[in-house]
Design a protein around this ligand. Structure first.
Ligand code: SAM
Ligand code: DTB
Ligand code: SF4
Length: 343
């Protein structure tokens, strides 16, 4: 074992759960909480020989999860297109010319029927997304009806509606919302290359509102936007150092959509994506790590490596919000091939 690898091993054994780095540093009589995972430590993880990294991720994964169980989550876009924001990856931003057609908010019946069908297909979680900068009060009222009705079907509920104003998270919680998805998307250093109409701080602020209302935090990012490995370490560090770290961490691979600024970005080596999943698993042991957007373009072999690296949830159903996702039949065949069970 290399010196580097054995250092990391020692580190992880000392800090097997979300306690890494929580050692008080008594300097001049002042107790200072050191960051639990600084960027350099995560970069060291990402730089490990691939087999060592995956081995570490498997050890952590098996300590906290059933290694052969993967949660199925279905997505619905309850309000599509026409978004005022400028997220460089997003086909729903009004300012980019993509094939996405704007759609008014869906009605309650259609959402409930889609959720019931997803449950019948085996999904246990249902995530409702809207192309908003943030919801207006009348939107929240409709959303709370949807959340209650989906929850009543016995599904875990998640919503991703953009930035929240004071009081909105509480209303969603009261309706039965289990998780709120709001991604940091990338490292602070790269963020400005991708989005200018809202700031990193705004995102952290919404996450705090979600946490404050007692809703589980679902927060992750996108890989393959032209960022460096150092920036991927920076994203994972931001997520892992949230206190507590998110219960749910979606790792998306950029889906390149014609008309968006990030269309044409040089493709990322798929093994870099797998490494990012492994780093998420190691640094956030108990979280659900979700292999999210980008699976349609991934081989079965790369997806299998993602599961090996600690991913334990996928989006299930032939559409994400506006882009494609593998057909349910392809996923069933993949699960059979890998001996995975769905939860
Ligand atoms: N409008 C809300 C917001 O941005 O918070 C909620 C919906 S937004 C589409 C949810 C997340 O989807 C984004 O934060 C981003 O991480 C992800 N996403 C959007 N377009 C993507 C793409 N082309 N490839 C990968 N992930 C994407
Ligand atoms: C997340 O992190 N990924 C999902 C979910 N949260 C809402 C969204 C992926 C969207 C991919 C592009 C699209 O289909 O429009
Ligand atoms: Fe709007 Fe969300 Fe797309 Fe950004 S990611 S443009 S906020 S829908």
């Amino acid at each position: 074992m290399s010196q580097l690898t054995s250092d990391i091993t020692v580190d992880l054994e000392r800090c097997p759960d979300n306690t890494a780095g929580k050692f008080a540093d008594k300097l001049a009589g002042t107790a200072v909480e050191s960051p639990r995972w600084d960027v350099a430590r995560i970069k060291t993880l990402l730089d490990l020989p691939f087999n060592d990294l995956i081995h570490r991720a498997q050890l952590v994964h098996r300590q906290h999860h059933d290694a052969n169980a993967v949660q199925l989550s279905t997505l619905i876009s309850v309000k599509t297109g026409g978004c005022p924001e400028d997220c460089g990856y997003c086909p729903q931003a009004a300012r980019y010319h993509t094939d996405v057609e704007n759609q008014e908010m869906l009605g309650l019946d259609e959402v409930v029927a889609t959720a019931a069908a997803a449950k019948a297909q085996g999904a246990s979680r249902f995530c409702m997304g809207a192309a908003w900068r943030g919801p207006k009060q009348r939107d929240i009222e409709k959303m709370t009806e949807m959340v209650s009705a989906v929850k009543a079907l016995g599904l875990e509920t998640c919503a991703t509606l953009g930035m929240l104003k004071p009081g909105q998270a509480e209303q969603l919680r009261q309706a039965g919302l289990d998780y709120y998805n709001h991604n940091l998307d990338t490292a602070p250093e790269f963020y400005g290359e991708v989005i200018t109409t809202r700031h990193y701080e705004d995102r952290l602020d919404t996450l705090q509102k979600v946490r404050g209302a007692g809703i589980n935090v679902c927060c992750g990012g996108i890989v393959g936007m032209g960022e460096s490995r150092h920036a991927r370490a920076g994203l994972i560090a931001q997520l892992a150092n949230l206190d507590p770290y998110p219960e749910s961490v979606p790792i998306n691979h950029l889906v390149q959509v014609e008309g968006t600024p990030l269309h044409g970005t040089v493709a990322l080596d798929p093994l870099e994506f797998v490494r990012t999943i492994a780093a998420a698993r190691i640094t956030m042991p108990k979280a659900m790590v979700r292999l999210s957007a980008g699976r349609q373009e991934m081989s079965d072999a790369v997806q299998a490596l993602c599961f090996l690296a600690g991913a334990n949830s996928i989006f299930y159903g032939d559409k994400l919000l506006t882009t494609g996702n593998p057909e349910a039949e392809r996923d069933k065949a993949l699960f059979d091939k890998l001996g995975l069970s769905s939860i």
